[in-house]
Design a protein around this ligand. Structure first.
Ligand SMILES: Nc1ncnc2c1ncn2[C@@H]1O[C@H](COP(=O)(O)OP(=O)(O)OP(=O)(O)O)[C@@H](O)[C@H]1O
Length: 352
């Protein structure tokens, strides 16, 4: 019996990848490295028609099937406004006999960085509750679209949620995504990142897995805790799988969060997936329906992203001290408005 429909190369596409995807031939240039994952590196680049883009370099010699599966999901879902757009892919032949074939996947550039970076570079590693509500709402919209089409993302976490420079929220990385079985609506393959994985998606010895779209909702709940507390529950525990399966669902540590937030999390983190809210249901939850106007929240986040961009990345105390001294020196040589801004940044540098 077929459960998770495995990806198969369509009949019409039994041609070689070099025939399906053309070489870039000067249409695509790569610039700075944006990030690195299991699939390969992601660069900021320039496409002759799209302008600034992100370029994901996927090694097809290593795992062609998973790259092609990711491409399929990008093509299918990249049109949604909460999913990074897919613009196309180019083929790169191996440079030598021993090197690998690559696909250069061209994506919408998310210039605000990952949600993970936003959390880790914010003082106290805790985001404002309205920002958490806004991010959850935008991710839920993307998930609703994916789930409606009978697929699961299976790797929702702060590293796979990106922000544009204007604080729009975009889900990335469909490398773990999977189509649900058309008959049962279930998936039986174990995959995901341990701390964010739903209890039912964790394989136990001798047990057959069976889970559905609700696994993404659990991962979103864990991501909401990450936004509030800077890390997922049991962050320092390895392995964590037995805790996720056996312990009570995680809760927020502080009592300072609103009842709406607490209740939203309870709906995301029900251990029994049939009691967990769906994306569609959670989009009606007051935690995300009673937010201040989106344009206000986006302006706040956009402003914060700009401040972070002007601040050095964490380089240890010495790096921060040196940078802050430079800012102080600049403050002494500038006009009063610039002086105040530079002083503010210098002080923030010491606390970041
Ligand atoms: N569209 C984008 N715009 C800007 N940066 C991006 C974009 N896509 C990816 N990145 C950066 O590259 C990193 C790796 O991307 P991605 O998660 O897609 O790679 P991966 O190899 O599939 O990772 P994983 O090992 O989690 O499967 C991201 O965390 C992010 O920092």
């Amino acid at each position: 019996m077929l459960f998770c429909a495995p990806w198969r190369k369509p009949q019409a596409e039994s041609r070689s990848l070099s025939e399906i995807y053309k070489p870039p031939d000067g249409r695509l240039t790569k610039d700075v490295l944006l990030g690195e994952g299991g699939t390969g590196e992601v660069y900021k680049g320039r496409h002759h028609r799209r302008g600034v883009v992100a370029v994901k370099i996927a090694n097809i010699s290593r795992d062609e099937e998973s790259v092609m599966r990711e491409l399929k999901f990008l093509q299918q879902f990249g049109g949604h406004k909460n999913i990074a757009s897919y613009y196309g892919a180019y083929y790169r032949a191996p440079l030598t006999e021993c090197s690998s074939e690559h696909l250069e996947i061209v994506l919408e550039y998310c210039g605000g960085g990952s949600l993970h970076t936003l959390i880790s570079r914010t003082n106290g590693q805790s985001l404002k509750e309205t920002w958490i509500g806004y991010v959850c709402k935008e991710v839920l919209k993307g998930l609703h679209h994916i789930h409606k089409n009978r697929a699961v993302h299976r790797d929702i976490k702060s590293l796979n949620i990106m922000l544009t420079e204007t604080a729009k929220v975009k889900t990335i990385d469909f490398g773990n995504s999977w189509d649900l079985d058309p008959q049962t609506g279930l998936c039986h393959e174990a995959d995901g990142t341990a701390h964010w994985m739903a209890p039912e998606a964790i394989r136990q010895k001798g047990q057959r897995l069976a889970y559905d779209t609700k696994c993404d909702i659990w991962s979103l709940g864990i991501t909401a805790i990450e936004m509030a507390e800077g890390k997922p529950p049991y962050a320092d525990e390895y392995p964590v799988e037995h805790l996720i399966r056996e312990a009570q669902p995680p809760r927020l540590q502080s009592n300072n969060w609103s009842q709406h937030f607490v209740s939203f999390l309870e709906s995301c983190l029900k251990k029994d997936p049939s009691e967990r809210g769906s994306a569609e249901e959670l989009l009606q939850h007051p935690f995300v329906t009673q937010l201040p106007p989106k344009k206000i929240i986006r302006a706040e986040i956009e402003n914060h992203l700009r401040t972070l961009q002007n601040r050095p990345a964490k380089k240890g105390l010495k790096g921060v001290a040196l940078w802050s001294l430079k800012q102080l020196w600049r403050a002494c040589t500038q006009t009063s408005a610039e002086e105040e801004a530079a002083l503010q940044m210098a002080l923030e540098g010491f606390s970041c």
